[in-house]
Design a protein around this ligand. Structure first.
Ligand SMILES: [Fe+2]
Ligand SMILES: [Fe+2]
Length: 149
């Protein structure tokens, strides 16, 4: 995972976005495949965890790179609307990170359930993960739109 993270850090912000959204596509496909399978909740959690862990591990590097870029953009920014939008997006990072880290914790609890039955509700964990994925996608889309102008 360390090599993968190192490689990710070397990408431009735009390419990091593509990589992150691609990982979310893979997570959503895996969720759909699990849901149409006969796997137990614990087996599904076990299958989803590596993908989710690798996604969540890339987030701090991505958000830190964006904060550095925002700080330098804001230094020479004369457009208050752009500055406000950028600050608002940067302000969403802690909540997004916490949501995905929370999903890792919940799925890890499910995966380690020896009975195959999760103590936290697997369905609830997946619903929260899908909400976080939707929020992250719209966050990234707003950033892409901001920089496309
Ligand atoms: Fe961001
Ligand atoms: Fe981003």
């Amino acid at each position: 995972m360390e090599d993968e993270l190192e490689q990710f850090r070397g990408l431009s912000l735009l390419l990091q976005h593509r990589a992150l959204v691609g990982r979310l596509d893979a997570i959503e496909s895996a969720i759909a495949a699990c849901q149409s399978s006969e796997l137990s909740d614990a087996e599904m959690a076990d299958r989803l965890l590596p993908l989710l862990r690798s996604f969540a591990a890339a987030l701090p590097a991505h958000f830190a790179a964006e904060s550095r870029s925002s700080a330098s953009l804001l230094r020479d920014c004369s457009d208050p609307e752009f500055a406000r939008a950028l600050a608002e997006l940067d302000g969403q990072h802690p909540r997004l990170l916490a949501a995905f880290e929370g999903s890792v914790t919940q799925l890890a609890a499910c995966a380690s359930a020896s009975s195959g039955v999760c103590h936290v509700s697997f369905e609830q964990a997946i619903a929260e993960l899908l909400t976080a994925i939707g929020e992250f996608r719209s966050h990234e889309a707003r950033e892409d739109a901001l920089f496309a102008d």
